[in-house]
Design a protein around this ligand. Structure first.
Ligand SMILES: [Zn+2]
Length: 250
């Protein structure tokens, strides 16, 4: 189910990163990395000014990433919201109750959650780009060479990053949607952890296979369900687990 719903999310994030590349290149170019590099090669160079140049470049890259992210936020919200609808319908069907409509709580979650995704992406992108820029400067590369390295980074991302993000975030929204549907219906539900049952499953999740918990109860510290947004990232990113839901007949 997640595999099917994640496709539009994946292509959205692919477009997002493609739109980001020129913005990042412009930010790096605007700060005259060449001058910083020349300073580095000058005899009796002033490390402080090299450092200041890199810092200024970083600030500019960060601003560019943030404004690009803000431009995409509404679209990400829309696409994630659309991807979530079948999960809501499916949950109602699985627990056989009349579906009152897509939960308001899920809409609210998505609206609050998207800025966080955008911030996290900007943060990790900034980190990677600045590593490329600093390395280039220290290695005496010219600006066009540094630009080529940045293009290379985006090219490697194009292959897998949108997919990883789409799988994680579509799955996360699916889990939250299920919870919201159950809460709105006021049902007492037992959840059973199911892994993808292949050799890519985390060891810590393999141990959870078949474990039963009530909704709201933890499966492991901080993890109340697969891809819990409050769970630790090392337990949620790329997680492909799901859960079986059944009414609690006490
Ligand atoms: Zn998992």
């Amino acid at each position: 189910m997640v595999e099917r719903q994640m496709k539009p999310v994946e292509s959205l994030f692919r477009g997002y990163f493609r739109s980001e590349l020129p913005v990042v290149l412009a930010a790096v170019k605007g700060l005259k990395v060449d001058k910083v590099a020349a300073e580095l090669l000058r005899p009796g160079r002033v490390w402080l000014s090299v450092h200041a140049g890199i810092k200024a470049t970083e600030k500019s890259v960060q601003t560019a990433l943030e404004s690009n992210g803000r431009r995409w936020s509404k679209r990400i919200e829309g696409v994630l919201g659309k991807a979530a609808v079948p999960f809501a319908v499916d949950t109602a069907y699985a627990l056989s109750f009349k579906f009152p409509g897509f939960p308001k709580a899920t809409q609210l979650f998505i609206r609050n959650y998207v800025p966080k995704i955008v911030d996290q992406l900007a943060e990790s992108t900034r980190h990677r780009i600045m590593k490329t820029v600093s390395r280039g400067i220290e290695g005496g590369l010219t600006l066009p060479e540094i630009e080529a390295d940045i293009r290379q980074v985006y090219k490697s991302w194009d292959r897998s990053r949108p997919e990883v993000i789409a799988r994680t975030e579509t799955g996360r929204v699916a889990s939250v949607t299920q919870n919201d549907v159950i809460a709105e219906a006021g049902l007492d539900v037992i959840q059973i952890w199911l892994t993808a049952r292949d050799d890519r499953v985390r060891d810590s999740h393999e141990e959870l296979e078949g474990e039963e918990r009530e909704i709201g109860e933890e499966f492991s510290p901080g993890l109340k369900f697969p891809r819990d947004p409050d769970g630790p990232p090392e337990e949620t990113i790329q997680c492909r687990c799901s859960r079986l839901l059944r009414l609690n007949k006490k």
